[in-house]
Design a protein around this ligand. Sequence first.
Ligand SMILES: Nc1ncnc2c1ncn2[C@@H]1O[C@H](COP(=O)(O)OP(=O)(O)OP(=O)(O)O)[C@@H](O)[C@H]1O
Ligand SMILES: O=C(CO)[C@H](O)[C@H](O)COP(=O)(O)O
Length: 299
Amino acid sequence: MSSRNPIIAVTGSSGAGTSTTSESFEHIFRSLSIKSAKVEGDSFHRFSRQEMDFEKRKAKQDGRSISYFGDQANDFVSLERLFKDYSETGKGKIRRYLHTFDEAVPYNQMPGTFTPWEDLGEGTDLLFYEGLHGGVVTDNINVAQHVDLLIGMVPIVNLEWIQKIIRDTNQRGHSREAVTASIVRSMEDYIAFITPQFSRTHINFQRVPTVDTSNPFSAKAIPSLDESFVVIRFRESNQVDFPYYLRMIAGSFMSRVNTLVVPGGKMGFAMELILTPLIQELIQKKHEANKQLDWMSDL
Ligand SMILES: Nc1ncnc2c1ncn2[C@@H]1O[C@H](COP(=O)(O)OP(=O)(O)OP(=O)(O)O)[C@@H](O)[C@H]1O
Ligand SMILES: O=C(CO)[C@H](O)[C@H](O)COP(=O)(O)O
């Protein structure tokens, strides 16, 4: 954690909606004139799509499993190094994993490949990570310790699978069978690496549908925001002004002392209402830390 170079991370499983909800963050950054360095978690995969297919076959032959959720397929050491470097110096290297032709064509590359590593923009106010592992901790690495504001994006699992299956088949060119097989293959890593993160987050946003999602593998469409509620759990609930949120967000209620529930259609508004002051506070602390440093260097 660093006052001078804060890091915000939105962490969630594949299909949870971390990319989609980044739009709310980008809106907040624009309204506060914040220049952010965006990091996509998938850029820390170890393998291109072709290499990963090979790794999956090799693992199967050896009676092991490998998935995008775990440490075999992701370079957690480099992810932690980026967070540490950024928090200390405001600098670091980033790249992108290109999922689709639309993403790959501007780089003259194929889907399933990485762009070259490059310096992230100088002079950014904060680093914004969205992806699978913003709060990951293992015996060897601790990414979560570097994050100043850690947010969990975590639909209930049936909805998460529906979002993944429909997105991966419609936009990423995978078959329904291949996506289902990847969900099955990822289950051990899901429990070991993904879910523990949601106990380290400052706030979790959990979308819960109000329509039948009991067979996610046959779903034809993603339940809409209006067909869902969002359960918002705060870790430090004694610092949260719940009466203010209840007044501001029509149809909201509290289900526990630390948990606010809002109608799905109010998700973007609730995110902005809750997150804007927290982000403002990070920027305020950054300015104060920089002022102090200037003052010390003048001595
Ligand atoms: N709140 C939402 N309401 C409706 N659809 C949503 C919502 N959030 C995400 N989706 C849909 O779910 C799918 C997956 O979302 P998204 O691509 O943002 O997930 P992700 O967490 O970034 O996944 P990955 O890490 O695999 O790239 C997309 O089709 C997106 O449109
Ligand atoms: O989104 C993901 C993880 O967050 C994908 O599962 C992973 O990036 C691999 O993508 P693809 O199968 O399209 O190569």
